[in-house]
Design a protein around this ligand. Structure first.
Ligand code: PAF
Length: 280
């Protein structure tokens, strides 16, 4: 496995791979890998000839009061996990090379980046789209892999790819969960053991919603009422938002259908956790 820091060297490797007609798969990450990331790598390994994983804690997607400094980092652990999962190249650039002093161009997917996650985290998706767009330009992948856990991020990236004519296939992989249902996330590390138990309220309420929908409940407001009351009962949890949305543009829907997605975000203590469930 190669570790590449320089943009120029990354471009050269991709160019060479392309001259051999190799299919390049990209798994973009901010490091601190868990099973969720590994599932993306395994799928990329299966689909592609060369698997590139980027590790870059992207400052532009964090608001000033957010956790950029304390965001967990462990390059040694990531390197070992990536190597045993079969990654061919880790692209691990320096911030000063990605964001030069005079950097002034940003990508934003308007409207979709102002709702739900974008409402609480104001410049978040602009930062995500900018870095993902840059990684696409540097690495030139044929396929890029994202987790369904960050459903709004994945939908926004799909829209960016379509609107800006990137010739890249976006694959969304299902959320990987702990045995008890908690969606895997690098932020779970911030939870105390009591908060860890309380965090299960996200998955429990999604399951409850799924049960209601299976029993033919079609009205979003009824399902959301149940979710809100379940979260209210959990002492350490505070609901930020819950909604049922169209999976493509994230607009709220009043009637549930097969294109709907249930989204929920809660503060558990000080940690903000997101989760979602696709209605099938
Ligand atoms: O989902 C993430 O880890 C990040 O938002 C991403 C896509 C790697 C961009 O920094």
């Amino acid at each position: 496995m190669k570790i590449i820091k320089a943009i120029k060297n990354m471009r050269q490797l991709s160019k060479k791979a392309k001259t051999h007609n190799n299919i390049i798969g990209l798994v973009p990450t901010m490091g601190y890998l868990h099973e969720g990331h590994l599932s993306l790598i395994h799928r990329a390994k299966n689909d592609c000839d060369v698997v590139v994983m980027s590790i870059f804690v992207n400052p532009t997607q964090f608001a000033p009061e957010e956790d950029l400094k304390k965001y967990p980092r462990d390059f040694d652990m990531d390197r070992k996990l990536a190597e045993s999962a079969g990654v061919d190249v880790i692209f691990y650039p320096d911030t000063k090379h990605i964001y030069t002093k005079d950097f002034s161009t940003f990508v934003s997917v308007e409207n979709m980046d102002k709702i739900w996650e974008g409402k609480t985290r104001l410049a978040h998706f602009k930062g995500v789209c900018t870095i993902v767009g840059k990684l696409f330009n540097i690495i030139d992948p044929d396929v890029a892999y994202f987790g369904q856990k960050d459903a709004q991020q994945t939908a926004i990236i799909k829209r960016m790819v379509k609107d800006l004519n990137f010739n890249i296939k976006i694959v969304a992989m299902p959320t990987v969960r702990e045995k008890d249902g908690l969606a895997m996330s690098s932020r779970n590390k911030y939870l105390s053991s009591e908060e860890r138990k309380a965090a299960l309220v996200l998955y429990r309420s999604l399951q409850e919603a799924e049960g209601m929908i299976k029993n033919r409940e079609k009205r979003s407001d009824n399902v959301l009422k149940r979710i809100r009351s379940m979260v209210k009962k959990e002492r350490l949890a505070r609901l930020d938002y819950a909604s049922i949305v169209n999976h493509k543009d994230f607009s709220s829907v009043s009637e549930i259908s097969k294109t709907s997605l249930i989204i929920i975000t809660c503060y558990i203590g000080k940690t903000r956790l997101i989760d979602n469930l696709v209605v099938v």
